[in-house]
Design a protein around this ligand. Structure first.
Ligand code: GLN
Length: 506
């Protein structure tokens, strides 16, 4: 059987492998070929691992023995901030360019035991700071659907890798939208999990109270398969949720689903006043309304809700995040990890290493972060932002007393062109306006592909790359995302609603 990775899902591939339609080795070979062909355009991968075929052969033995699980032999991409023992892991920063991981992240251990194949590490914004992958120190990634546009960020390489058919799924991290926003720009499913549902052990930290590792994939079922493999309490991450607590939430979910109350008695809340802001693209708004109407036609009840403090999410995020990031990045000092640029004494070593190793965005956030954490300003900024974070979380808690899920667009615009937002960091920050709230409230959220809008294609205003579709007047269809949020530990709601929205079997 001819292998076309763009047409396969994890689920369908699992049954092809089980039926012997092709082998894990043939599949991995074809993934490597696709990457060799497309990566010069997309720059989705920073490295393709030379041992991927060995892992595929081992996976094939497991398949031949009839012991294959859903992820056995499945090629995956891994964001460059998730450690794989013995492999480079740079978080797309020069300061970690040659850093080799001395151990594997817990999520990697889980996926490796399940027999998945790590094809390579995917490009990202430096230390996951950004919304376009243009902040990578190793060149931007490009959107495979239109090479003049960004794939989103910071997990843009992971999304581009799946969209171009290089892998069937990928891991990324989401601190304020970094999985959902690239998924929506590339026509994929992106899942931000409940804070503490997935171990962060072995994730290069950005904002430790906000970061979560999660999947980007083509279908809700595929995202669920990866999530089920990586979820769970971990003694190496004390912020993970105990398994019993998580199971209790699921039990509750099963009752809802089994009594046939979905969708009949299921309510989706829509915070209309929040969404209809002047910054939102008119086509995005239309598409969102159509998505809500689709849920309604499936039988869900729609209820208008208010989330009065949620408009402060970005302001809160851009105080808390730089604070946490400046502390987390303090460890990169030329002594313990990666790059060292020596000077006349220890202080000069620090200064030289950090000046040369960090790109402009980490520097900006270290400055902001040390400012908001400094003794004179801590109460005015950091503590105030913590207090507002609590208010935002309680807005969601209150809303979830009357609705089962909340819907918002994933992003205020479709994929933008490279260079369009790089001059002004604040316009780039606005890309997270609908995604940051879930991280602030710790709740799970999923982005689902919700159709496309037409935009001008081509390379008219970008000097390299550009779509191959020719002149200025050519049009390109750009995907949009429909976001659903659920209460803590209720990923099951996201999967159920997501599958119905996309017409997948539930
Ligand atoms: N774009 C946001 C930022 O720049 C979020 C990044 C993320 O989720 N990792 O911080």
């Amino acid at each position: 059987m001819k292998i076309d990775l763009t047409a396969l899902t994890i689920k369908s591939t699992h049954s092809h492998l089980a039926h012997g339609d092709f082998s894990a080795e043939e599949l991995t070979k074809s993934a490597i070929e696709v990457i060799a062909k497309n990566n010069p355009d997309t720059n989705a991968f920073l490295e393709v691992f030379d041992d991927a075929l060995d892992s595929a052969r081992q996976a094939q033995n497991v398949i031949d023995d009839g012991r294959a699980g859903l992820l056995t032999g499945i090629p995956l991409g891994i964001k460059d901030n998730i450690l794989i023992n013995g492999k480079k892991s740079s978080a797309a920063s020069k300061i970690l360019q040659n850093y080799e991981a001395p151990y594997s992240a817990t999520v990697i251990e889980n996926l490796a035991s399940a027999g998945s194949i790590f094809i390579g590490r995917t490009n990202m914004d430096e230390f996951a700071m950004g919304s376009s992958t243009e902040n990578s120190s190793f060149g931007p990634a490009r959107n495979p659907l239109d090479l003049s546009r960004v794939p989103g960020g910071s997990s843009g390489g992971s999304a581009a890798a799946v969209a171009m058919g290089g892998v069937l799924g990928a891991l990324g991290s989401d601190t304020a939208g970094s999985l959902r926003q690239p998924a929506s720009f590339c026509g994929l499913v992106g899942l931000k999990t409940t804070y503490g549902s997935v171990s962060r052990h072995g994730l290069i930290a950005l904002g430790s109270s906000l970061d979560q590792i999660g999947p980007v994939a083509k279908t809700v079922s595929d995202a669920e398969i990866i999530f089920n493999c990586i979820r769970g309490a971990d003694p190496l991450d004390s912020t993970t949720i105990p398994d019993e607590q998580y199971a209790a939430a699921r039990e509750l979910g099963r009752r809802d689903f089994e009594t046939g109350d979905v969708p009949k008695n299921f309510k989706i809340g829509v915070p209309r006043s929040l969404i209809e802001t002047p910054g939102i693209d008119k086509d995005v708004l239309e598409n969102f309304k159509a998505s809500v109407a689709r849920m309604q036609s499936l039988g869900y009840k729609i209820e208008e809700i208010e989330l009065p403090n949620v408009p402060y999410s970005l302001a809160v995020y851009y105080i808390l995040l730089p604070g946490e990031a400046s502390s987390n990045l303090a460890r990169f000092d030329g002594v313990k990890y990666g790059l060292k640029v020596g000077g006349k004494n220890l202080l000069e070593d620090y200064l030289n290493t950090r000046a040369e190793g960090f790109g402009p965005e980490p520097r900006r956030r270290i400055l902001l972060g040390t400012y908001v954490l400094s003794s004179g300003y801590y109460d005015a900024y950091y503590n105030k932002a913590q207090a507002v974070r609590r208010l935002i979380a309680s807005d969601f808690e209150k809303a979830f007393m009357s609705v089962d899920a909340i819907a918002m667009p994933t992003t205020p615009t479709p994929a933008f062109k490279l260079g369009e937002k790089t001059a002004d960091p604040v316009t780039m920050y606005l890309a997270d306006i609908f995604t940051a709230p879930a991280n602030i409230a710790n709740i799970p959220a999923i982005s689902l592909p919700s159709g496309t809008v037409e935009r001008e294609a081509g390379d008219s205003d970008s000097e390299s790359g550009g779509s191959r579709s020719g002149g200025k007047s050519a049009k390109v269809s750009l995907p949009l995302g429909f976001q659903i949020m659920a209460p803590l530990c209720r990923e099951d709601i996201l999967f159920r609603l997501g599958k119905e929205f996309l017409g997948e079997s539930v």
